[in-house]
Unconditional design. Structure first.
Length: 195
C-alpha cells in the first residue's frame, strides 16, 4: 500500500498550526508562512469592498484602523467554539481556512490538500455535532473530507503519564508529536504504527 503524505491542521480557537509529512520521510515539518511567528492567529477581518485579511495581518489592521474604518470592518475571532451552533461561525471558519490555503498558494508553499491525507485535530471531548461541523467547514474551505484526530486533553496527560483515550488514526504513516503547540496543549500525539 502506498502511504499518502499528510497535512496536519491544528485549527485552534486562538491560533492555527499546520504541518506536513512527506510520504518518504515520516517526520513532520511545520508550514512556515514566512512571518517569523509561531502559528497563525485564527482571525479573519472582513473589509467592505476589499478582500478579507487573516491572521496577524487582520489583527494589526483592525487594531490600527481609525474609528471610521472600523465601521466598515468586521473582525471574527474565536469562531471554533461555535462551529456546531452557528452558521456565522462556520462561515468565518471556512473563510479563514480557505484564505489560509489561498495564502499558501500565493507563497507557493507545498501544502495542497489534494493527494494528501488531511488531518484536523478535534477536541477529544467534542460531540458528533461539532465533528460534523468541523468536517463540513474543512470541506467548504477546500481541504476535502478530513480525518479527525482526537486531541489530547493537554499537557496534564503528558505530565501525568496518562494516555490519550481518543481514537487513534489507523494507518497513518506519519507521527505528529511536537510540531503543533497551541494553548499549552500538545496536539497530534499520534505515533507512526509500530513506534
Amino acid at each position: 500500500m502506498n502511504a499518502l503524505s499528510v497535512l496536519g491542521i491544528d485549527f485552534g480557537t486562538t491560533k492555527t498550526y499546520l504541518s506536513k509529512c512527506p510520504e518518504e520521510e515520516p517526520s513532520p515539518v511545520s508550514v512556515d508562512f514566512g512571518d517569523g511567528r509561531d502559528g497563525i492567529p485564527s482571525a479573519i477581518l472582513y473589509r467592505r469592498g476589499k478582500a478579507p485579511l487573516i491572521g496577524q495581518t487582520a489583527l494589526d489592521e483592525y487594531g490600527e484602523a481609525s474609528y471610521w474604518e472600523r465601521n466598515t470592518y468586521r473582525l471574527a475571532t474565536n469562531f471554533k467554539a461555535d462551529l456546531a451552533r452557528s452558521e456565522k461561525a462556520r462561515t468565518a471558519a471556512s473563510d479563514f481556512l480557505s484564505a489560509l490555503l489561498a495564502e499558501a498558494r500565493a507563497q507557493r508553499l507545498d501544502m495542497e490538500p489534494a493527494g494528501r491525507r488531511v488531518l484536523f485535530g478535534a477536541p477529544s471531548e467534542s460531540d458528533e455535532a461539532f465533528r460534523a461541523a468541523l468536517e463540513e467547514t474543512a470541506g467548504r474551505a477546500g481541504y476535502g473530507v478530513p480525518f479527525l484526530v482526537d486531541e489530547p486533553k493537554g499537557e496534564r496527560y503528558r505530565k501525568s503519564g496518562k494516555r490519550n483515550r481518543g481514537r487513534r488514526a489507523k494507518g497513518i504513516e506519519c507521527g505528529f508529536s511536537d510540531h503543533c503547540r497551541g494553548g499549552g496543549q500538545e496536539h497530534y500525539r499520534q505515533q507512526a504504527p509500530g513506534t
